[in-house]
Design a binder for this molecule. Structure first.
Ligand code: LLP
Length: 423
């Protein structure tokens, strides 16, 4: 048995790739391809790892639902004590269905919350609204008064910290649409205090996603801490500090020890908060689910154009858009190991766009039509960013839990896809 590449829940057993102990070729036979496969134990192990670093700190992990919003995964994380970070009324509905007991541990982020979404969250009794503008604060106040509720809020502050990541997923600079400038925060909290139905209970920050170094987290927590102290001086009772999500993973083959990287991240946050009397909220998404999942796909054809080799798979950019959208790297492994010569190829899907690729000029042992490959680290922002582009149905999803395989989303039918249309 050989494992590749650590720390993913993958292993070759008798030259066949398994995910979470389940044989991927058997899953492909049973459920068809493209297929998302997730190892539940990997998700819960990571949640436990993160929590173990914060045992001495009052904290709640609010899993960022957008990373992978499968009801089965929300249920699983809810059962393991997580709360949730939501960004829409739709995500709230998911939590209500999958983990109603965790509604009191929900934080609601997002720059464009609508009145109906606020109403639903107020009725559900969520923990905290992460408010991103003064205008939103006024609407929330009106909604809370109308419903006879009090909304606990944290202003999401923009700390103006640069974090090295893809520009589309960096959020902590003053040029971004997110949050309010930290310099204006005290004035807005004064305004919040004067509004009925609003309880200024926390401060929140989120500087971006797939951040691999701890310094930007340390710097932003430092700036937020200063603000919390100032607000306390102003007489506010700030009980929550939401440090956001964004903790990245290793998508490549470099060896990485999640336990060590979690320790460094947690140290940076804990040091920044030392002796501050707040309940820490964290909003991890990718870290919990990305490496637990693969996108399993079958090779339809191979071909050569000029001096380039193409491997054409039955999965496409509508199933996993990260390479097209962020030039993201995903490792690709053959499901059956063989010792063919290496070949440099583009792995592409059937969609009619040159951006429909999973890898470009990737050197890998030759793969042939009919064979299966696994696209790694597809558990986060895979199915949740999928679409029907090219009138393709979304893939099925299975969860492997202690060796047991469970279908958690059936493959869509063409009827599912076309049903809302009128002509
Ligand atoms: N909290 C807030 C307010 C967020 O906006 C996000 C992600 C998270 C938490 C979770 O961040 P994470 O721990 O997963 O990095 N589609 C992109 C990532 C977009 C992230 C958006 N916000 C990708 O595939 O890389």
């Amino acid at each position: 048995m050989s494992t590749f590449p650590s720390p993913r829940p993958l292993a070759y057993v008798a030259e066949k790739l398994q995910c979470g102990g389940a044989d991927l070729s058997e899953l492909a036979e049973e459920y068809g391809t493209p297929l998302y496969v997730y190892a539940a134990d990997d998700v819960t192990t990571r949640a436990a790892l993160l929590r173990s670093e914060f045992v001495a700190t009052a904290h709640t992990l609010c899993y960022a639902v957008k990373a992978n919003s499968a009801l089965a995964i929300l249920k699983l994380l809810g059962e393991h004590g997580c709360g949730f970070d939501i960004v829409s009324g739709g995500e709230l509905e998911r939590v209500k269905r999958a983990s109603p007991g965790a509604l009191s541990k929900v934080v609601f982020s997002g720059v464009g919350k609508q009145a109906w979404e606020m109403d639903a969250a107020l009725e559900a009794g969520i923990l905290l609204f992460n408010v991103e503008s003064q205008a939103e604060l006024e609407v929330l106040s009106a909604r809370a008064v109308a419903l006879g509720k009090v909304a606990r809020i944290a202003m999401r502050v923009n700390p103006d910290v640069f974090a090295e990541t893809h520009p589309y997923i960096s959020t902590g600079l003053s040029s971004h649409k997110f949050g309010i400038a930290i310099a204006n925060a005290r004035a807005i909290y004064q305004r919040a205090a004067a509004l009925p139905g609003i309880d200024p209970a926390g401060v929140s920050v989120h500087i971006g996603s797939q951040i691999r170094s701890v310094e930007p987290f340390a710097e932003s927590v430092k700036r937020v801490r200063r603000l919390v102290e100032e607000l306390s001086g102003d007489g506010f009772d700030i009980r929550y500090l939401d440090a956001g999500g964004g903790f990245g993973i290793e998508y490549g083959t470099a060896s990485s020890d999640p336990a060590q990287s979690v320790r460094d991240y947690a140290n940076a946050i804990r040091e920044g908060l030392a002796n501050l009397k707040v309940h820490l909220l964290l909003e991890p998404g990718r870290f919990l689910v990305a490496q637990a999942g693969v996108l399993l796909t079958r090779v339809l054809y191979t071909k050569q154009n000029g001096d380039k080799n193409f491997v054409i798979t039955d999965a496409a950019m509508n199933d996993l858009i990260r390479p097209a959208l962020y030039q993201a790297h995903h490792e690709i492994l053959p499901v059956e190991k063989h010792d063919r010569a290496e070949q440099t190829s583009d792995f592409v899907g059937p969609v009619c766009e040159s951006a429909d690729f999973f890898a470009r000029d990737r050197s890998a042992p030759e793969v042939r039509a009919g064979e299966l490959v696994a696209i790694l680290d597809a558990g986060a922002y895979g199915i949740s960013l999928s679409s029907h582009y090219n009138t393709r149905v979304r893939p099925a999803e299975v969860l492997v839990e202690s060796g047991q395989v469970r279908l958690i989303r059936r493959r869509e039918s063409m009827n599912d896809l076309l049903a809302p249309e009128l002509f």
